[in-house]
Design a protein. Structure first.
Length: 143
């Protein structure tokens, strides 16, 4: 088996509102919706080779019975490596719910986290101090 891609399919409260959020705030482009006009059951957005799918709560729970008791946003976060993390933080901080402010992690990444309108946590990170990341990698390899 060879895995070609991994595209998260997120259960969301309102597909149209989620498309607007990811488009207007985070810069994702709409790829496709089902049906073609609202109210949508499903949609795909993408940016820079990264794709996300959004599926309405009703549609998702009908399709996947094990998710019938699952709430949106539960137990899932995304880690996105970006370029320009400091500029992105300044651009987003007044428009989104910031969970963790911009900081340098112990493993050398400069990062911040937000929570989207469905409760999913997205962490945006950039390696602005390569020597720290290299040191952390060496320590991990030695252990």
């Amino acid at each position: 088996m060879q895995i070609k891609t991994l595209t998260p399919n997120l259960m969301v409260n309102n597909v149209a509102e989620t498309i607007m959020y990811y488009n207007s705030i985070l810069g994702f482009e709409l790829v496709q919706t089902v049906p073609e006009t609202p109210p949508y059951d499903w949609a795909m957005v993408s940016t820079d080779g990264l794709a996300l799918m959004f599926q309405s709560v009703d549609s998702m729970k009908t399709e996947f019975k094990p998710l019938e008791q699952q709430a949106t946003g539960g137990g899932l976060s995304f880690y996105l490596r970006v370029e320009g993390v400091e500029d992105l933080y300044e651009k987003l901080k007044g428009k989104v719910t910031v969970v963790n402010d911009l900081k340098e992690s112990f493993y050398g990444m400069t990062e911040f986290s937000i929570q989207d309108l469905n409760g999913f946590v997205l962490t945006f990170a950039e390696n602005l101090n390569p020597s720290v990341a290299t040191e952390s990698s060496k320590e991990t390899e030695q252990n």
